[in-house]
Write a protein that binds this ligand. Structure first.
Ligand code: F6P
Length: 355
């Protein structure tokens, strides 16, 4: 069996471990090199590929990003569907494909599978929002970077008696914000899953600072949204009709500064979260999922996501998971409420003690 591999969507740490595992497993089990497509689906459409043998992936484990390059979804794919992909894959002699990507990649993989081409998908994204897996490649590294940022911001917050706001990525979910906020001991964590009330947060911070805790860290997910208490800044939509996520951290920082009167500074962590060497967990996860993806194809299974449930590798049909989003659960939101100074849930009861 001739296997192809590609990475799609935003880059993250741990992709090279997955590519390497695909290549090494194909080398061991099939005694064949793998066709690597450059720049995601665009590489397939353009016939832009490279032969990957074990030598080609040597030394890539500690490297961030993707050695194959990547791209976001293309208009051509939207309009023409999987036919041009299948035509090129057949021209290249590729009989089965491993795709490593987030939801956009899963949707295209599902279309490809429905059209009869053997494909399995491996979940990756720092956002950790792929439905059907407990964890995605890249999340652990991003979480480590964001937590370290919170740790470092504590220093200035304490030295200057300031509110320090940190905006992290995550699109419409708060996995990075919740993880880094809890691990770093933030006073408030604002996530898209629960609209925030800026006045309530300001009140809690004023009360907290009156109790001689003059330093507060606020972690804001880029996709966080206020409840009706303030108007949401209009950042427009992108070419796919998605809300452009831009400036929520600064917006929150400005409002908190005005409402509390405390000195407030905002940091946007941005692409730092996606870059740099993968954590050991992401290298392990990429290696496990990449190797299993090849085995799954060899077993004749197609159209599945190769993800993780609890500690085990678990397969889910792409038809059940593509196009869906994994949000923070009610339990996770409750935890934010229980251990931060300012609540995230608008439905909290006033009888609860916060301090
Ligand atoms: O999906 C990963 C992610 O880093 C999001 O957290 C972020 O909103 C988005 O990608 C940024 O996308 P781009 O690389 O296209 O600017």
């Amino acid at each position: 069996m001739q296997i192809g591999v590609l990475t799609g969507g935003g880059d993250c740490a741990g992709l090279n471990a997955a590519i390497r595992a695909v290549v090494r497993t194909a080398g061991h089990e099939l005694d064949r090199s793998v066709v690597g497509y450059r720049r995601g689906w665009n590489g397939v459409l353009d016939g832009d590929s490279v032969e990957l043998d074990p030598d080609a992936v040597r030394g890539t484990l500690p490297r961030g990003g993707t050695m194959l390059g990547t791209s976001r979804s293309s208009r051509r794919l939207q309009t023409e569907g999987p036919a041009p992909l299948i035509a090129q894959l057949e021209r290249d002699g590729v009989e089965a494909l491993v795709t490593i990507g987030g939801d956009g990649t899963l949707i295209t993989s599902h279309r490809l599978s429905e059209a009869g081409f053997p494909v399995v998908a491996v979940p990756k994204t720092i956002d950790n929002d792929v439905f059907g897996t407990d964890v995605c490649i890249g999340f652990d590294t991003a979480l480590g970077v964001a937590t370290e940022a919170v740790d470092r911001l504590h220093t200035t917050a304490q030295s200057h008696d300031r509110i320090m706001v940190l905006e992290v990525m995550g699109r419409e979910t708060g996995h990075i914000a919740a993880g880094a906020g809890i691990a770093g001991g933030a006073a408030a964590i604002l996530v898209p899953e629960s609209p925030f009330n800026i006045d309530e947060i300001a009140e809690r911070l004023i009360a907290r600072h009156h109790r001689d805790r003059n330093a507060s860290i606020i972690v804001v997910a880029e996709g966080a949204i206020p409840d009706g208490s303030v108007a949401v800044p209009d950042t427009g939509t992108d070419e796919w009709g998605n809300r452009v996520l831009d400036g929520m951290g600064q917006f929150v920082g400005d409002l908190l500064g005005q409402r509390t009167g405390f000195e407030t500074r905002t940091t946007v962590l941005g692409y730092i979260q996606r870059g740099g060497p993968p954590s050991p967990s992401d290298r392990l996860l990429g290696s496990r999922l990449g190797a299993r993806a090849v085995e799954v194809l060899m077993e004749g299974c197609t159209g599945h996501l190769v993800g993780v449930h609890s500690t085990e590798i678990a397969l889910r049909p792409l038809g059940e998971v593509a196009g869906r989003t994994r949000y923070l659960t009610g339990d996770q939101l409750e935890l934010l409420d229980l251990i931060t100074t300012a609540p995230v849930l608008t439905r909290v009861t006033s009888s609860r003690r916060w301090f």
